[in-house]
Design a protein around this ligand. Structure first.
Ligand code: SF4
Length: 383
């Protein structure tokens, strides 16, 4: 696994063929994404150049390895290479060249050499039924391995929905008793990066902060970094204007679908799903995310939704209309100007109007049976 290490930078080129400029760019971008100053990204890049990289031990249990795949498939520049340049990936079963005794040695050497400091990354759910016999590596259960490796880690990160809360392996009837790392490691702080797959930038941002500042990002009650999971997809969805205007896709392939309208009526879980997929797309390809390619969000970051609520069932809308009032804005210059108040009034009025319109169209739509879209007065089509 030592061969996996990125090594240091040499002149303009990092080991692995990544240009130093690209390396700095992604480090500062990732820093900005997690709300850190650009200097944190620069500090991290410099530390990596000097070979000061945290040891990462990456465990795999019940999963499809899609999160590792998602990370390795990034490009422009290769995020995988950048991550490998930022950290010393000392154990990762999928990428490990060694096998058997050698692989076990690599794991224990990394743990001994970095006791209390390494980052333990967990990918995959952990089976707990019948003593955890459903997943064994080197004759030890996943439960035993995760207990031992996490106990000596400086930080624990659960990547993907399986590791965060059980994911697909935990879907009913959950024959193996699959659970997420936070449930198995009760009492420990586990940063969760749910997603099926997880967005590699959210992982990079978390690791970057830990490495650069020695701290973890602010987390919500499920251990998810707020910088990535603080808001619902619905709040930043590029199709939101169609929701507000009441223009919904009724069935795949209809005119509304071709026009890129809102997917709520086809089961989009965006209004109840906290994640940043709508702003941080996958594979660094603009539009490469479920709603971007015309599929409703399935709510893969939410334990109570994904693999539980049927894919095309609709979810309640918490806030179909804007709140009754907004927090007051402190005007530094002694009060709002008439123009400012007028603009604010227009914005609030438009938002309230759009929300009311969406609520009305939604309730109209709920009362009616899905039918072919009809031509709306404004030239668009409505349910
Ligand atoms: Fe986007 Fe889904 Fe919300 Fe429609 S319901 S605006 S597709 S997140």
């Amino acid at each position: 696994m030592r061969a996996m290490r990125g090594g240091g930078a040499d002149g303009a080129r990092m080991t692995g063929g990544v240009e130093r400029r690209d390396f700095l760019k992604v480090c500062t971008m990732a820093a900005a994404a997690v709300g850190l100053p650009a200097s944190a990204g620069v500090r991290m890049a410099r530390a990596a150049e000097k070979g000061l990289k945290p040891s990462v031990i990456w465990l795999h249990f019940q999963e499809c390895t899609g999160c590792s795949e998602s990370l390795l498939r990034t490009s422009h520049p290769s995020l995988a290479r950048l991550i490998l340049d930022l950290v010393s990936l000392d154990y990762h079963e999928t990428l490990l060249a060694a096998a058997g005794v050698q692989a076990e040695d690599a794991l224990h050497q990394a743990m001994d050499a970095n006791d209390g400091k390494y980052v333990c990354v967990i990918e995959g759910a952990i089976p707990t039924r019948e003593g955890g016999v459903f997943c064994k590596i080197a004759d030890r259960t996943a439960l035993e391995i995760v207990d031992e490796v996490a106990a000596r880690a400086g930080a624990i990160v659960a990547i993907g929905s399986c590791a965060s809360w059980g994911g697909i392996p935990s879907a009913d009837p959950n024959p193996t008793g699959a659970r997420g790392a936070p449930q198995v490691l009760e009492g420990r702080t586990v940063v969760t990066i749910p997603g099926c797959p997880a967005n590699p930038y959210n992982f990079l941002g978390t690791v970057l902060q830990y490495v650069a500042l020695g701290s973890l990002p602010a987390l919500d009650e499920q251990g998810r970094p707020l910088f990535a999971y603080g808001r619902t997809i619905h709040e930043h969805c590029p199709r939101r204007a169609h929701f507000d205007a009441g223009r919904f896709v009724l069935e795949f392939g209809d005119e509304g679908h071709r026009q890129g309208w809102c997917l709520y009526r086809t089961g989009c879980k965006g209004p109840q799903t906290r994640a940043n997929c709508s702003t941080q797309h996958f594979g660094e390809e603009p539009g490469a995310w479920p709603i971007g390619i015309g599929h409703p969000c399935v709510g893969c970051t939410e334990q109570r939704i994904a693999f539980r609520v049927p894919m095309h069932d609709t979810v309640p809308i918490d806030r179909p209309t804007p709140p009754d009032f907004y927090p007051p804005i402190e005007a530094g210059g002694g009060g709002a100007t008439a123009i400012g108040a007028g603009v604010a009034g227009l914005v609030l009025g438009a938002a309230a109007g759009a929300g009311a319109m969406a609520a009305r169209r939604l309730s109209d739509a709920e009362r009616s049976t899905p039918a072919e879209p009809t031509r709306a007065k404004d030239g668009g089509e409505e349910p």
